[in-house]
Design a protein around this ligand. Structure first.
Ligand SMILES: [Zn+2]
Length: 531
């Protein structure tokens, strides 16, 4: 059976860029556009040419891509001709494959916000579409506030959409600008619109203000729309836009959609979607959402013992899709709730063959429970768990000993008369018969300790040169003067692997030291350093 083509339109660089705290540089935009192109979306909406220097530079040159690079902006201003509107001219001059105009489609907004007549708004849509077509561009019209407008005055909302379609716009996009529409309303209204405009010319642009932007996008597709607009990770102002990172796997992996529709995303690209999602978070310098559907670290994690034993027998028992399809991993959590089956599965995953009746297994389980009771969190710290298991099963070489360390924090007035805080660490390490003393200054005590520890490990130094700390998280447990500090450190190496280690102590430096040591030892094992 031949499948219908469904188109994906990404607006991370335009609508997503309107998010509080998001400020893409030109370099960011180029990288994100490349990621989107690699993913296989059909349109990359990259911004407003002429509106700010970053967007203007983006569109100043032709950016080769499979996806259609799309410029965004308003239809011609009321009372002006299309040839005498600088905003429109900037869009027409941009090096773009497609132009997406935004226009009012709610009569109330036309009168109150635009302060013009309904007829002049329709004329502005027609003139703008015509001008862009004449320039050889593919044209889209975003009908702003379409659903609210349609509820108030269906004939006028539809007239705006028709004006663009009749003038030759490739797509008329129905926008839930305020994000308040519900799936059954979207399905009904899109269905009515598709009686006047063919569905393969209708798009949906949903905002997430009721947490239903993804559901609303699917409701529109069910009713006939054939273009979905959204952003990576649902980035967007207020509560965000429809999340393409959730929509794409559903379209590819759920038979109801996969059988009916074809999209530009290949199976191979789908296998990289988790990396693309995390890549955007890296650019935004924020932690990835662990609980994000399909791509979050916890999306295929199982904690309770009976689920884990079933998962080992057949993963399909507790997984709606196979994690590898979206570039994610199955994870069985070792924690105080876990049973022997969890532990066995986790040991198996990290390459230990242990018999299920091995007495050392009970010792390891008891040790994990005892340590978790005082604040260790092994489900978050995979590398520390692996070291603990290796130690109890007698398999961690004693590479080196830290005989002592000293960390100082000094605040003084600098030569420029400014108050500065400097941290310094001195570490005495014994590697075989060799005693090594290293000192380092850092921007804080943990940073200084880390630098001093990794400065000279003698014959092991070459094994840890690619080690980098990428995240450091501190949490104070059970408050008050009895407080205990838990430190989680995330590390990465030259191969791109990353792992997390944990330390717990009433002293933050000591907790950090434990986590740092675990990370270094883990890296030495991983790199095959000789004992
Ligand atoms: Zn929007």
């Amino acid at each position: 059976m031949s499948r219908e083509r469904l188109y994906l339109f990404d607006t991370t660089l335009r609508d997503g860029a309107q998010t509080n705290g998001v400020d893409f540089t030109l370099a960011d935009k180029v990288v994100i556009a490349r990621m989107l192109d690699e993913l296989g979306v059909d349109y990359v909406e990259a911004g407003y040419p002429g509106a700010n220097p970053t967007d203007t530079s983006f569109f100043a040159e032709k950016r080769p891509a499979r996806a259609k690079i799309t410029a965004f902006g308003m239809t011609r201003r009321p009372g002006r001709s299309a040839s005498n509107d600088p905003g429109l001219a900037a869009m027409l001059d941009a090096q773009a494959d497609a132009i997406c105009f935004v226009a009012k489609s709610w009569d109330y907004h036309v009168r109150v916000a635009l302060e013009t007549t309904e007829e002049e708004n329709l004329a502005s849509i027609r003139d703008s579409v015509r001008a862009a077509k004449a320039k050889g561009r593919e044209v889209l019209l975003d009908c702003e506030h379409f659903f609210d407008g349609y509820k108030a005055n269906p004939a006028y909302a539809l007239a705006c959409a028709r004006a663009a379609y009749d003038e030759g716009a490739r797509w008329v996009v129905l926008c839930d600008t305020n994000g308040g529409a519900l799936p059954h309303e979207v399905e009904k209204i899109v269905g009515e619109v598709c009686q006047h405009i063919p569905g393969d010319h209708v798009g949906i642009h949903a905002h997430n203000d009721t947490e239903q932007a993804v559901a609303n996008s699917f409701a529109a597709v069910r009713a006939g729309a054939r273009q979905i607009q959204g952003t990576l990770n649902g980035l967007g102002e207020r509560c965000g836009n429809a999340n393409l990172i959730s929509i794409i796997p559903t379209l590819k992996l759920k038979p109801e959609y996969a059988r009916q529709f074809e999209i530009g995303v290949s199976d191979e690209a789908l296998g990289h979607i988790a990396r693309i999602s995390h890549g955007l978070d890296d650019i935004l310098n924020r932690a990835a959402d662990r609980h994000a559907p399909y791509v979050g670290e916890s999306a295929f994690a199982t904690k309770a013992g009976i689920h884990a034993s079933a998962i080992i027998k057949d993963p399909a028992t507790y997984e709606h899709v196979a994690p590898e399809r979206v570039g994610n991993k199955r994870k069985l959590l070792v924690s105080d709730q876990s049973g022997r089956s969890n532990l066995l599965a986790e040991l198996d995953r990290i390459g230990f063959a242990v018999d299920k009746d091995d007495p050392r297994l009970s010792r390891l389980l008891d040790e994990v429970k005892e340590r978790e009771a005082i604040g260790y969190a092994y489900e978050a710290a995979d590398a520390s768990f692996e070291l603990l298991a290796r130690r109890l099963l007698g398999k961690v070489p004693r590479y080196f000993d830290v005989e002592k360390f000293d960390v100082t924090v000094e605040q003084r007035i600098s030569a420029k008369g400014e108050r500065v805080t400097v941290s310094m660490a001195v570490v005495k390490v014994k590697v075989g018969d060799e005693v090594l003393i290293s000192a380092a200054e850092g921007n804080g005590p943990v940073n200084a300790l880390d630098l001093a520890l990794r400065k000279d490990l003698g014959k092991y130094q070459s094994y840890i040169t690619g080690l980098e700390l990428t995240d450091y998280r501190v949490r104070i447990l059970n408050g008050g003067s009895e407080a205990v500090t838990r430190v989680l450190i995330e590390s990465e190496d030259e191969t791109g692997d990353h792992w997390t280690t944990v330390g717990v102590s009433s002293n933050i430096i000591d907790a950090s030291f434990q986590a740092l040591m675990d990370s270094i030892v883990y890296k030495l094992i991983k790199s095959g350093a000789p004992a």
